[in-house]
Design a protein around this ligand. Sequence first.
Ligand code: CMP
Length: 138
Amino acid sequence: ATNRTFTMIKPDAVKNGHTGAILNDIIKGGFKIVAMKYTSLTKETAGAFYAVHKERGFYGELVDFMSSGPIVAAILEKDNAVEDFRKLIGATDPKKAEVGTIRNKYAESIEANAVHGSDSDENAEIEGNFYFSALERF
Ligand code: CMP
């Protein structure tokens, strides 16, 4: 079945000028963009987005990093979207990401790892709703 995932191009990748190349990889990977915005997170909104990681040691740093500059948020559509997008971006740690994946090509570190991808259909729905109203999806 066709379904959806949610992504962010993170502040490191936007800052380093990789936005266009990453969007190109996403489209070439067969994903259709159904919603997109160039925006930024505050500490409060970044903290809320990553609330599931609140108890992790890296949470404070992650919130600082994710609110450090502009990001691109998007909802993507494809058959098997969540799983296929995670394959396209590669492992969280770019040192472990397969050659040719987005994180392999563009990430700086396990934290500044270029892109986010939802880890389940349920979270894709929650994360998409965090950024986009019904009027902003196509
Ligand atoms: P993401 O897929 O957006 O989900 C949680 C994020 O936390 C992850 O990408 C990284 O940016 C960050 N992260 C995960 N593990 C670590 C870690 N060990 N140290 C620092 N940041 C991490």
